[in-house]
Design a protein around this ligand. Structure first.
Ligand code: HEM
Length: 148
């Protein structure tokens, strides 16, 4: 392994985890915002305030954090050459799923902003469990490496 990478490795990993935390915070918060947004009367000042909050959370925190997590994670995988390790492939699958979930949240955000409310608050609360389950799976895969 290259000398500079040995020096950079703990910093890359720390940066990866810092942005994982920012990303996860957004993934936990946005569907909660949707629940409160849907409880506000359509077209009200409160509903408009939620559109703005959702927009800020998505564009300032969630999208940049996801991108940075991907870049740092792929850089770590490249230098550590993890491509053929089963735990890593399983992690990638889980993270692709989480990125797809974010894509769905972004699409739902746009629907809400245009006045549509296709999903009930109860179902949204259930959907809000997705990132918690995904984080548990990913952390177990990375730390325990259950299958090699
Ligand atoms: C977006 C794509 C991602 C890629 C390509 C990726 C890749 C990596 C790689 C290669 C490492 C270094 C592992 C090592 O040093 O042994 C790492 C560390 C880590 N990643 Fe990710 N990761 C990604 C997203 C995530 C997400 C979403 C989470 C949590 C929800 C996460 C949690 C962790 C943790 C906890 C570590 C530290 C493990 C250790 O102590 O070695 N990663 N990641």
């Amino acid at each position: 392994m290259m000398d500079w990478f040995l020096l950079a490795y703990p910093w890359l990993k720390a940066a990866h985890l810092i942005f994982v935390i920012f990303w996860m915070a957004g993934l936990f918060m946005l569907p909660r915002f949707f629940v409160y947004h849907q409880e506000a009367a359509e077209g009200s000042a409160e509903a408009r305030a939620w559109v703005e909050r959702e927009d800020k959370l998505a564009t300032i925190i969630m999208n940049p954090s996801m991108l940075i997590v991907w870049i740092l994670g792929l850089a770590l995988a490249y230098f550590l050459n993890f491509w053929a390790q089963p735990w890593f492939i399983a992690k990638l699958v889980a993270v692709i799923g989480l990125s797809g979930y974010q894509g769905w949240l972004m699409a739902y955000r746009k629907k809400l902003a245009s006045g549509e409310r296709p999903i009930s608050g109860k179902r949204l609360r259930m959907i809000n469990e997705v990132p918690g389950i995904a984080v548990a799976v990913i952390v177990i895969l990375v730390i325990i490496r259950p299958f090699g």
